[in-house]
Structure formats: structure tokens, C-alpha cells
Design a protein around this ligand. Structure first.
Ligand code: ARG
Length: 468
């Protein structure tokens, strides 16, 4: 459909320019927001005496019938049906009710209309994405509750470092996703501002009641500047920024699932419902879903770069560049939604191979810090000195191909300082991997009691953070 052209145009738009200009293919997803906002606008126009009450009633009835018909599938929106969703709805309304429809666009511009519709959509998206992230947190908490004793190596530099538990690891991700939920809630609070009434950029002489529309559409505040009202897309950037961080978190988790489910590690087994085989290697069980999520993070980061680039240096107020915002927003929203949802199922069905994880704790001297702590806590040796002594013990053990548990007391003392007899039989209890985990009871630590407390704490924060 042709864009608006009044009599001062003498030529038709070039077909390719028309194609580029049209956004219906993308923004038809805003049909319900557009109709809802138009109904509120029409009611306000009648209440303020700007259009006749009877016309406003016809407009409302007509808009509701369009909404019903789209929702029930009686009316389908085809890409060639209009320039954008706003014009399509108005044209359809005119087809249905005639002249009264022509009063709807009084005291309104597509610039403040699209800004309003888009905010309504992003507001809903914040809630839905936060709900999905909360669902994933719920899954992680459940998995943590059942793996409090699943001891595994913790890593730094991807080198075995100190023992932790699977529960502790799951809760690390739960904390990240909780921050994501709060970020989305913040975004939702900040975006809940009504731009309608800004018109093209300079407000209107009509005696409109913006507060009425604000209340009808559930906004908290009015935009305070009509130029900013139509050109602000910070809310979309904030949502996409929050989505990018969710993808950072998901992709780190994906990477760990990929590594830990590989045959050399074998800590986790990805359920068959979330893996695929190879076309040539019959033995393969690939963690494709985790890999795809890791890969899709790039797409979402691309969305963030794209919207920032669209906005950078854009003069005020509305420019058609802004039409690009929705396509990339929808792509980010769909991608992050799918990734969060698929992760819920994948994490829920992940097998935790406890024996394998415990076995892995036997190599890499991951209880070396506990030897140093023994010397410091039980024998009063300054930590830096204890650290040096332990380093020598580890190097002795490594050159003799022994684990620390396999060293005799004499060997421990030989390396430390035999005269002082620093090591006694209780060292073996101290360096037992399970004891090593259980002794780490500091707040936020991996001991079962500490993780239980962390779970309780997060559940409380979750219940206080429910839907805004
Ligand atoms: N389809 C447009 C968009 O998404 C609607 C606003 C058009 N405004 C205008 N002045 N051409 O940005």
C-alpha cells in the first residue's frame, strides 16, 4: 500500500522505495497494542469534547471488532495490506464504520502513536522475559536442592581449583538470572511513561487530557517533553541490554554444560531430548541446544549494537531510522525467550553424575589449600609460610605420582619440618574432599548448610520481587 501522499505529490513512490518504507511485515505484531491505545485515545477525545461521543462509540466498537477478527483469524494481515500497522488499522476501521473513523487521528500523530504502542509491547516483554528467567531460577533451585552433596571440582582458569558442589554451581547461575529479573523490572518501571499527546513533536492545541489516557493504558507518568516523547527509545535499548546480559549468562552456562558433558569430563549428561547425533559418527551425542544458545548470544549482542547505532547521532525528533527499532527488538525478544525456555527443560533433565564428579576431585590437588589452612588454623603457621610449605608438599607428591591423601604422615612432615612434627593424623580428615567442602561454611560458600541458606535467601528475594 502506498504511503501517505497528499495532493502536493506529483509522482508515485518507486516500487523499491515503497518496499523499504513499508514496515507492516514487522510491526503487525503491534496490532493489539495499537488498537488498545486507539480505544483509549478515542474515549479521551470524546470526553474532552474534541469528537462527538457517538463517533467515539462507533470507533471503539469498530476497533474491538477488528481486534476480535484478527485474534480469531477472521482477519489476516498480509504484508502488502498497508504501510504499517497503524495505517492498516485505521484503513480497516474506515472500511468498517466510514466517516467516524476519520476522526480517530485527531490530536495524534503516528510518531507518538508508534512510541506508545512500542512501549506497551516492551512493557509486556519485560514481564514475560522476567517470568521466563524466574522459571529458570525455579528449576535451578530445585536442582540445587537435590545436589547439595554432589561434590565436584570448581575451576579457575579452567584448571581444577577447589572442590564445590553442583548445587553451589547451579545457585551461581540462579543469582545471575535473579539480577536479570531485577534489571527487567527496573526497565519496566522506567519505561512506563506515556508519550501519546506529544503528537508529531510539538504537542497540540486541542484540549486533550493526557492523564486520562495514561490511566486507561496503565502508565505511571506522562512524558515531560514532546520532542523527547517521540524520539526516546532508551527503553528498547535497556530491554535489549538486559537481554544481552541474559545471553551472557546463558552462554556461560551453555559452555559449562558443553564442557562438563564431554566424555573427558562426564560430570553431566545432557538428556537425549536436548541433544542430537552425527550424520557419520554413530557414537556421537552432541549438546547442540547448549551450543545453539551459546551461538545465539552473538545475535542478541548484534541487536544491542544495532539499536545503539541507529540512535547514535540521530537528530531530534522522529526520523524514519527509528522504524528499524522494532525488527531488531522482536528478534532479540524471540531469541532470548526461546533460549530461556529451552534451558528450563535442558537443566531440568540434566543428569548429574555424582561418582564421576567425585572421582575427578582426586586429581589436580584440589585440596592443597586445605593443607595450608590446616597449618594455619591448627598449627598457627602464618598463611604465607603455610602456603610455601604446602607448595613443596604438592611438588613432592606430584613427582612421586601420589595424591595428597596417599602421602604418609612422614612424607608430610619430611617436607614441612620433621622436627616440629607439624602434621598429625587429623590432616587426613582435613583433606578429605567432602570434609573440605563441608568446612567451607562462610556465607555464600559451598557447604550444604551455606547453600541451603543461600537458597532460602534467594527464595525470599524472589517472593519480594514478584510481578510489578
Ligand atoms: N512505521 C513507523 C515506525 O515504525 C511509524 C511512524 C511513522 N511516522 C512517520 N512520520 N513517518 O517508526
Amino acid at each position: 500500500m502506498k504511503p501517505y501522499r497528499t495532493g502536493h505529490f506529483t509522482k508515485n513512490i518507486a516500487p523499491l522505495a515503497e518496499k523499504l518504507n513499508s514496515s507492516l511485515r514487522v510491526d503487525k505484531r503491534l496490532y493489539s497494542e495499537d488498537i488498545t491505545a486507539s480505544i483509549a485515545h478515542a474515549k479521551m477525545l470524546a470526553k474532552c469534547g474534541i469528537i462527538p461521543q457517538s463517533d467515539a462509540l462507533d470507533i471503539q466498537k469498530g476497533l474491538k471488532s477488528i481486534l476480535d477478527d484478527i485474534e480469531s483469524g477472521r482477519l489476516t494481515i498480509n504484508d502488502g495490506d498497508g504501510e504499517d500497522v497503524h495505517m492498516l488499522v485505521e484503513a480497516e476501521l474506515t472500511r468498517r464504520i466510514g466517516t467516524p473513523a476519520k476522526r480517530l487521528h485527531t490530536a495524534r500523530s503516528r510518531n507518538d502513536q508508534v512510541a506508545t504502542d512500542f512501549r506497551l509491547f516492551v512493557r509486556k516483554a519485560c514481564g514475560k522475559t522476567a517470568a521466563l528467567a524466574s522459571e529458570l531460577i525455579g528449576v535451578l533451585i530445585k536442582r540445587a536442592e537435590n545436589s547439595l552433596d554432589a561434590v565436584m571440582p570448581g575451576f579457575t582458569h579452567l584448571q581444577k581449583a577447589q572442590p564445590i558442589t553442583a548445587a553451589h554451581l547451579f545457585m551461581a547461575y540462579a543469582e545471575m538470572f535473579f539480577r536479570d529479573v531485577t534489571r527487567l523490572n527496573d526497565c519496566k518501571k522506567r519505561l512506563n511513561v506515556l508519550p501519546l499527546g506529544s503528537l508529531a513533536l510539538a504537542g497540540t492545541p486541542y484540549p486533550i487530557d493526557r492523564d486520562f489516557v495514561k490511566d486507561a493504558l496503565g502508565f505511571d507518568r506522562l512524558s515531560n517533553n514532546s520532542i523527547d516523547g517521540v524520539s526516546d527509545r532508551d527503553f528498547a535499548v535497556e530491554y535489549i541490554g538486559a537481554a544481552a546480559l541474559i545471553m551472557v549468562h546463558l552462554s556461560r552456562f551453555a559452555e559449562e554444560i558443553i564442557i562438563f558433558s564431554s566424555s573427558d569430563y562426564g560430570y553431566f549428561t545432557v538428556d537425549e531430548a536436548y541433544s542430537t547425533g552425527s550424520s557419520i559418527m554413530p557414537q556421537k551425542h552432541n549438546p547442540d541446544v547448549a551450543e545453539l544458545v551459546r551461538g545465539k548470544s552473538g545475535r542478541v549482542f548484534g541487536g544491542l549494537t544495532a539499536i545503539l547505532t541507529v540512535l547514535k547521532g540521530l537528530p531530534l525528533a522522529y526520523n524514519k531510522d527509528l522504524q528499524e527499532d522494532k525488527e531488531l527488538f522482536f528478534d532479540v525478544y524471540d531469541t532470548v525467550s526461546d533460549c530461556l525456555e529451552v534451558f528450563c527443560g535442558m537443566v531440568e533433565t540434566l543428569t548429574i553424575n555424582k561418582e564421576r564428579m567425585l572421582e575427578a576431585c582426586k586429581t589436580g590437588y584440589i585440596n592443597a589449600t586445605d593443607v595450608a589452612d590446616y597449618l594455619t588454623a591448627e598449627r598457627g603457621i602464618p598463611f604465607r609460610a603455610a602456603y610455601e610449605t604446602t607448595g613443596a608438599i604438592v611438588s613432592y607428591a606430584a613427582s612421586n605420582k601420589k595424591t595428597l591423601e596417599e602421602l604418609s604422615l612422614d612424607e608430610f612432615n619430611l617436607t614441612a619440618d620433621a622436627d616440629k612434627g607439624l602434621f598429625e593424623a587429623d590432616i587426613y580428615q582435613k583433606i578429605d574432599i567432602k570434609t573440605a567442602v563441608e568446612s567451607r561454611t562462610s556465607v555464600g560458600g559451598p557447604a550444604a548448610a551455606a547453600v541451603k541458606a543461600a537458597i532460602k535467601n534467594l527464595k525470599k528475594r524472589m517472593s519480594e520481587t514478584k510481578e510489578l
